[in-house]
Design a binder for this molecule. Structure first.
Ligand code: NAD
Length: 281
């Protein structure tokens, strides 16, 4: 199967590695040449590390990398059987992208979004054939995280969700089918997790290192809420919170915080910018 991935940032690059490792030819596109080069180098480095650890033969690593084709030209997507986007979390931009992609691909090509918080139905609505549209939501870092949410929209044709679930499973992942509701499963559960942790901080109940420590050492979480928000990036995480809040008709359970909004506005995105709740300088 030839798979096209659009957006070669944190998610697109990782997803490209997953599907190339599973044996698919991958066309990875980004409008930003540097992001594309970074993704290629990161994947090569990651495959080399796996080969050095003995988890992959050198030949398999080289063959996997050879299946990756970096491009800035969307007209090369004509032979793709699945196109998955992982671009900026903006409905209008994603809709416009699929209008263009649909002009190039065959009628049987599956179209998918990795959106964290937008409705799959609203992206599908921009398509000429919305019945072949579906959500395939990976978690960061995609090569490591096992869970993938598969989200049919109301327009998605019967049977496609199960086909996609089986395909994702063949990539060594653990897919779950979920309904097209804001945040799906994980990002919905995660909003109050982050929001309540920030409220505990704002109310002076404990400092952030103590809250993180309590959640990891005592609560059994792999990362505390503040370390996790810094890892995801406040640009991504804050936008998702705003989007889930609006999508639930401004239900106060999902209300964003000014503390995180200010980090977002200041460009203190977390690990990626060197500063967030913690400093990484
Ligand atoms: P990112 O900023 O790391 O990467 C996005 C990439 O898309 C950039 O390289 C950018 O140049 C490119 N891009 C933007 N608009 C484009 C366009 N019109 N055409 C081609 N390329 C374009 O973002 P990310 O963290 O990888 O997130 C991407 C998507 O995945 C978002 O929808 C996000 O909500 C979702 N997501 C993110 C995470 C996460 O933890 N970061 C997890 C799951 C899902």
């Amino acid at each position: 199967m030839i798979i096209g991935i659009i957006g070669s940032g944190a998610m697109g690059a990782g997803i490209a590695q997953v599907v190339a490792t599973a044996g698919h030819t991958v066309r990875l596109l980004d409008q930003n040449a540097q992001a594309l080069q970074r993704a290629g180098s990161a994947m090569q480095a990651s495959l080399t590390r796996l080969a050095e650890k003995g988890k992959l033969t050198t030949e398999a690593a080289a063959a996997t990398f050879a299946r990756l084709h970096l491009t800035q030209d969307v007209t090369t997507f004509g032979d793709c059987e699945l196109v998955l986007e992982a671009i900026v979390e903006d409905l209008a931009v994603k809709q416009q992208l699929f209008r263009e992609v649909e002009m190039l691909v065959s009628d049987t090509c599956i179209l998918a979004s990795n959106t964290s918080s937008l409705s799959i139905a609203s992206i599908a609505a921009a398509c000429r054939k919305p019945e072949r549209f579906i959500g395939i939501h990976f978690f960061n870092p995609a090569p490591i995280m096992q869970l993938v949410e598969v989200i049919p929209a109301v327009q998605t044709r019967a049977g496609l969700a199960e086909e996609v679930r089986d395909l994702v499973q063949s990539w060594g992942k653990l897919p779950v089918l979920t309904r097209d509701t804001p945040g799906f499963i994980v990002n919905r559960v995660a909003r109050p997790f982050y929001g309540e942790a920030i409220r505990i901080l704002e109310e002076g109940i404990a400092d952030l290192a103590t809250i993180d420590w309590a959640m990891t050492e005592l609560g059994g979480f792999r990362m505390g809420p503040f370390a996790l928000m810094d890892f995801i990036g406040h640009d991504v995480n804050y936008r998702v919170t705003e989007s889930v809040f609006a999508s639930f008709f401004y239900d106060p359970r999902f209300k964003p915080s000014f503390t995180q909004k200010r980090l977002f506005e200041a460009g203190y995105y977390g690990r990626k910018s060197g500063r967030g709740f913690y400093s990484y300088a």
